[in-house]
Design a protein around this ligand. Sequence first.
Ligand code: GUN
Length: 287
Amino acid sequence: MVAQVIDGKAFAAKVRAQVADQVAKLKEENGITPGLAVVLVGEDPASQVYVRSKGKMTVEVGMNSYEHKLDVDTSEEDLLALVEKLNNDPAVHGILVQLPLPKHLNEDLVINSIDPAKDVDGFHISNVGLLGTGQKSMVPCTPLGCLMMLRDHHGSLSGMDAVVIGRSNIVGKPMAQLLLGDSCTVTIAHSRTKDLPDVVRRADIVVAAVGRPEMVPGDWIKEGATVIDVGINRIERDGKNKLVGDVDYASAAARAGAITPVPGGVGPMTIACLLANTLTACCRANK
Ligand code: GUN
């Protein structure tokens, strides 16, 4: 079997175009422009790239982008004061604090200081609880993007066996909740899972989110399964710098029914969902 390539780049462009249409309508009919504030502490190169890209796309869909770049040694008190200011700013509908934070800052404390209604990452404990109990919440962007691609490809996911490899708060756990919400039978696998190859071989849907380059080989993939690769890993190969996923693409594509490429799969969907969440937060605030 040769897998169908799930084109996340094209799908994300479609989502952004829909968001842009709605933003234009909000402006015209209500005089409201959604605003997204992104806070970056320190100079982590990967985070700088993500933040720049988020800011650019926010402006492209017609929203206001507010970037706050803070020194690496910013105190927790100062960061919390900024979040509080953004919580109280009516022009800001979404707040994202880029992770990871420098070691001296308590991530849980900072994330939970964001107004849950403005928590476009869906990381606040209230949103985690709402998602886990099937209530209306802000849904984390990367798993939401994965779910949208799966629904688009399959229609209904009901009754499918899904394996999520990785148990992070950002991707693995919320991904499992979303798949459960769509009536999949869900397994969360991780570094201590016994016989991971066998667990993966049973799955109709494999979501790989571990951050280890090409750790899932094609012979773990059931014939015809759908593979969603969340990994974005930079490696050196043949003297060149290359981006690869958590799945060995060539061998997996030879067995899967459908697969997301890296780059051009999950990555673009994450930012598109961030913009969609910001629009949702703005609409809810102005209901
Ligand atoms: N760092 C890596 N992914 C993310 C994300 O989705 N949101 C935030 N805030 N930080 C991240």
